[in-house]
Write a protein that binds this ligand. Structure first.
Ligand code: NAD
Length: 437
């Protein structure tokens, strides 16, 4: 049976997350009152979801939906199914979504949801009943103009399809724009599948222009060869970058000459095993590579390190051993705040998660726009628009870091996001406005 992880569980994650605001405040154009507003989520909903299991028994699961801030637009953010879900974690993830949407300038606020559950222990039918049950409970809290969910850890396109269908049944209206990350035939967007990796790739291409390096000279290590990690590796490899190390939950591998990434993807996606192979058509042969651990991968002597798996992999215990001079945070929250300080002192450039992985939510926004218009774009249009947004915002944040002599791209990204959020909150009136009128 699912049980709540305590009413205060995860509070620390949220407190730690909002600390980033204070550091960015000195560089942002934002009223202190507007900043204070962002430290408090707009609304929190806790629900109980009774689910009839396949053996006839009844389980009751606890779920949350948090709307952090909707000043710039409807709240937006994924739904996570995981035993470690807690209210504090959902609040922190919703807060990050507010900052991410503001950092890249898309007109959404931040939201997030989750259910305390281990879906690996459930049948597909049980997951479907739980997903529909969750929508029954939160239907009045979400909506295409209020709060728009999406997939997150252990939720996928099919679950989004069930949820959209359940919402449409409740509202007696076909409502594709209530949720993004749907299957294409149910109103999903072309280009959503590789959007996160592609967004990170566009950030690296901007760095390439600034640093004037030759891709063939640049070595890259990618931790996590899932959706986001595979696509950023594929796009970089196609441009001539040397992907010398990759890993998944079972461990990693290193090859000095670099891997043929399409072969690795073909093999991994067919067999679910990460193997050092070179494939010609359907025929794959093993190539030489060293087996390494996930910890060793993070400390390799490479130019670019891409954590694309989990939170908190770069900590105070390994930050001093990281040799890469550039880190692209494709995962959410891979660097602890202590590691952040150590790496920044050591002059490592970190492209922060709220920018580097924002390609996903950007194409989710495109999906919502297409659903509302009832008109669907070609793949090229999706990619072109994503490119425009990612390169524009990357350069705005990088320039702000240089011009204001900010010590990290993370602080600059938060300051950039805060300035947009501040302008929106201030347009609704702050104490300064009322005193002067
Ligand atoms: P995924 O499930 O497709 O892939 C995750 C990968 O990480 C898998 O290859 C898995 O084997 C690997 N992994 C799991 N545990 C690991 C460990 N201990 N060490 C190393 N590797 C491990 O997930 P994804 O969608 O690619 O998401 C990866 C990260 O990117 C997450 O932090 C997610 O929040 C973030 N992100 C994803 C998206 C998106 O659109 N997919 C958007 C924004 C952020």
């Amino acid at each position: 049976m699912g049980k709540a992880n305590g009413p205060n569980a995860g509070t620390g994650i949220f407190e730690d997350a909002i600390k980033r605001l204070d550091k960015a405040f000195e560089y942002a154009e934002i009223d202190a009152e507007a900043l204070e507003k962002l430290k408090h989520p707009k609304a929190i909903l806790e629900v109980s979801i009774p689910v009839r299991m396949d053996d006839g028994s009844l389980n009751i699961y606890t779920g949350y939906r948090v709307r952090h801030d909707d000043t710039r637009g409807p709240t937006k953010g994924g739904i996570r199914y995981h035993p470690g879900v807690s209210l504090g974690e959902v609040k922190a993830l919703a807060f990050w979504m507010t900052c991410k949407c503001a950092a890249v300038g898309i007109p959404f606020g931040g939201g997030k949801g989750g259910i305390i559950v281990n879906p690996k222990e459930m049948s597909a039918l049980e997951i479907e009943r739980m997903s529909r049950g969750f929508i029954d409970r939160i239907a009045d809290f979400i909506g295409p103009e209020t709060d728009i969910p999406a997939p997150d850890v252990y939720t996928n396109a099919m679950i989004m399809g069930w949820m959209m269908n359940q919402y449409s049944i409740i509202k007696r209206q076909h409502t594709p724009a209530v949720i993004t990350g749907k299957p294409i035939p149910l109103g999903g967007s072309l280009g959503r599948d590789d959007a996160t990796g592609r967004g990170a790739y566009y950030c690296i291409k901007e760095l390439e222009k600034r640093r004037e390096w030759n891709p063939g000279d640049i070595t890259v290590a990618v931790q996590g060869f899932g959706n986001a990690g595979q696509h950023v590796a594929r796009l970089l490899h196609a441009d001539g970058y040397r992907i010398v190390a990759v890993s998944d939950s079972k461990g990693g591998m290193y090859r000095e000459q670099g891997f043929d990434v399409p072969s690795l993807m073909q093999n991994k996606n067919e067999s679910r095993v990460l193997r050092a192979v070179y494939c010609k058509g359907a025929l794959c042969e093993l190539v030489e590579a060293d087996q390494i651990t996930n910890e060793q991968l993070l400390e390799l002597d490479v130019d670019i390190l891409i954590p694309a798996a989990l939170e908190n992999v770069l900590t105070k215990s390994n930050a001093k051993k990281v040799k890469a001079k550039i880190i692209i945070e494709v995962a959410n929250g891979p660097t602890s705040s202590e590691a952040d300080e150590i790496l920044t002192e050591r002059d490592v450039l970190i492209v922060p998660d709220i920018l580097a992985n924002a390609g996903g939510v950007t194409v989710s926004y495109f999906e919502w726009v297409q659903n509302k218009a009832g008109y669907y774009w070609e793949l090229e249009e999706v990619q072109e628009r994503l490119h425009t947004i990612m390169s524009r915002e990357f350069n705005a944040i990088y320039d702000m870091m240089v011009e204001k002599k900010i010590d990290s791209m993370r602080t600059a990204a938060y300051a950039h996001a805060l300035t947009r959020l501040g302008a929106a909150v201030e347009s609704t009136g702050t104490a300064k406005y009322y005193k002067n009128n």
